[in-house]
Design a protein. Structure first.
Length: 182
């Protein structure tokens, strides 16, 4: 059976980060030696001081005002939660953790994000956050997808709508397998 207390701790932590913009409250939900790793950009920290510094100066106040998080799925284990979501925003401010060193472009972004959260003694011990950085860079105009097996906003939209076409990035290969025995 899932431990629903973990859900309450995680939801309060997210509220502290994205609604209250309160680094101290976010840290209250964490163990004394937490770690946070935004995998595509390797941003975050290890230990109380580094994680709090990251939250206070580079995360909780770094979200664009129109950020929207759309839950897709959640898996709860005895000491972990895996959340799949779509994050939507307009790139109207510097976002150190997502686009370090890139000034605002004013472009809309939609990305699928997966968070793998580990708990110890009912508090957050680690967060590994994954997203498709190539999709983000395409959407803000910093990466040309021509000739590359990458896509932009379609990546997020396919997560929300399974009826959208598959295999577009391997169209030639897909066509080559048509009619072959299954």
């Amino acid at each position: 059976m899932p431990n629903h207390d973990l859900i309450a701790v995680w939801e309060e932590h997210l509220r502290s980060e994205f609604v209250a913009h309160d680094a101290d409250a976010a840290m209250d939900a964490m163990v004394p030696d937490p770690s946070v790793n935004h995998v595509p950009t390797m941003t975050g920290g290890v230990g109380q001081d580094e994680v709090k510094r990251f939250y206070k100066y580079h995360f909780v106040n770094a979200h664009p005002p129109d950020i929207e998080i759309i839950p897709v799925s959640r898996t709860v284990g005895t000491d972990s939660i895996v959340d799949e979501m779509i994050v939507k925003f307009t790139h109207t401010c510097v976002i150190d953790y997502l686009l370090p060193g890139i000034p605002p472009t004013g472009r809309s972004v939609e990305i699928p994000v997966v968070g793998v959260v580990q708990f110890r003694h009912g508090k957050l011990a680690s967060e590994h956050i994954y997203w498709d950085q190539a999709s983000v860079l395409v959407q803000i105009g910093k990466l040309d997808p021509a000739g590359l097996p990458i896509a932009g906003v379609e990546v997020a939209r396919k997560v929300l709508d399974r009826t959208l076409p598959s295999n577009r990035l391997m169209a030639r290969e897909w066509q080559g397998s048509e009619g072959k025995p299954i």
